[in-house]
Design a protein around this ligand. Structure first.
Ligand code: DP6
Length: 360
């Protein structure tokens, strides 16, 4: 755990009651994390754009817990008490925190979370949810004991713990872009993300998310990632990702939208190609996804538009584009949706700068 040795904690501080609240965004991967091993160590580096409006807001109210066997927390999502799959992930993350910060073993938590975006829309709620939770738990540590780290140490530590909750969540700690995973010209770490600052032209990229399906994911992330373990294209994929990182980062530093478009779209198609070619084949694209991509291709040919599509583990398309082409792209999307006669939503987002503490 490099980087954290200088964070000292002692439990003389006795703020045994209190409330903290954090807002943390989702992110969309430009180069995809797909495949992991051990303790959430990614098979390859990835880079994402941090979103601005799609975020989770998480409040933790803590109070003393008399007995370490007592219930540890209550979890409310949008006001409802839930005991879903997410709750077991919350429990696991608190457990990981408590191993390093035993002060948490003395506390009971009331956790209230809400998302600004609907569930299962192709926006990663685990990224915003787990990063907001990690930030709030680390704030509790800070309030109840002496956390000797500075702001950067705090964010890095929150990224480290977010990763344990959900890999892609560790990238949500930084805006406008974040890199997670080692191996690209000395940048990046497997245990936490680092920020990436591009050319000014990439500081405000819009993201229109075309929601073709709101059905829950057909394949959970753990199963999905495990398909890379014995994948026949595993080595080729690792080689491809490193080449894509080496092309994308300089392109984004130089304001080169052509290379950005080629790499981002290659990553989206490769992710789905890998899924389809897995030992258990997974097909997540919908007929509408393919129709939209074909129509986009026809529409943009010869226009020199600064636009790229990307797709995560589902059928929904993120259309990313520069400010100067906002109008033409948004017109294209609304016409397409109207012509398609589909009853579908489009969510508009853009580049964001990362989490924000609301209450301390
Ligand atoms: C396709 O971060 O959801 O969105 O670590 O198991 O929680 P876990 O996986 P998760 O995987 C995200 C995969 C992806 C690509 C990406 O965001 O990089």
């Amino acid at each position: 755990m490099d980087g954290f040795q200088n964070i000292t904690v002692n439990s003389n501080k006795s703020e045994m009651n209190g409330t903290v609240e954090w807002r943390s965004p989702s992110n969309i991967a430009l180069i995809k994390y797909w495949g992991k091993s051990g303790d959430q160590i990614p098979m390859n580096p990835s880079i994402s754009m941090t979103l601005k409006y799609a975020f989770t807001q998480t409040e933790i109210e803590w109070s003393p817990r008399e007995n370490s066997n007592e219930k540890v927390f209550d979890f409310y999502l949008s006001g409802d008490k839930v005991s879903s799959g997410f709750e077991s992930k919350v429990k696991a993350l608190i457990g990981r925190f408590a191993l390093k910060y035993p002060v948490l073993n003395k506390l009971f938590f009331t956790i209230k979370s809400l998302n600004t975006f609907p569930h299962s829309t192709g926006i990663a709620s685990s990224a915003s949810g787990m990063s907001a939770l990690a930030l709030a738990l680390l704030s509790v540590v800070k309030e109840t004991s002496d956390f000797g780290g500075n702001y950067d140490d705090f964010t890095k530590e929150a990224s480290y713990f977010s990763r344990l909750g959900s890999g892609s969540a560790c990238r949500s700690l930084y805006g406008p872009y974040a890199i997670w995973g080692s191996g690209t010209s000395g940048i990046g770490n497997d245990e936490y993300a680092v920020p990436f600052h591009p050319h000014n032209d990439f500081l405000r990229i819009f993201d229109s998310i075309l929601i073709f399906s709101k059905k829950p994911k057909k394949v959970g992330s753990t199963l999905g990632h495990s398909l890379m373990n014995d994948h026949p294209y595993r080595n080729g994929r690792i080689e491809q990702v490193h080449k894509n990182m080496e092309r994308l980062l300089p392109a984004m530093e130089q304001g080169d939208f052509d290379t950005w478009q080629q790499v981002v779209e290659n990553e989206a198609m490769s992710l789905h190609g890998l899924m389809m070619a897995s030992s258990t084949p997974v097909m997540l694209l919908a007929p509408e996804t393919i129709r939209f991509l074909n129509d986009l291709e026809d529409f943009r040919t010869g226009k020199g538009l600064k636009v790229a599509y990307t797709i995560d583990a589902g059928p929904n398309v993120h259309l990313l584009y520069a400010l100067e082409h906002r109008e033409i792209i948004q017109d294209f999307i609304s016409n397409w949706v109207m012509d398609s006669k589909l009853n579908m939503d489009v969510i508009d987002d853009e580049t964001g700068m990362g989490p924000k503490q609301l209450f301390e």
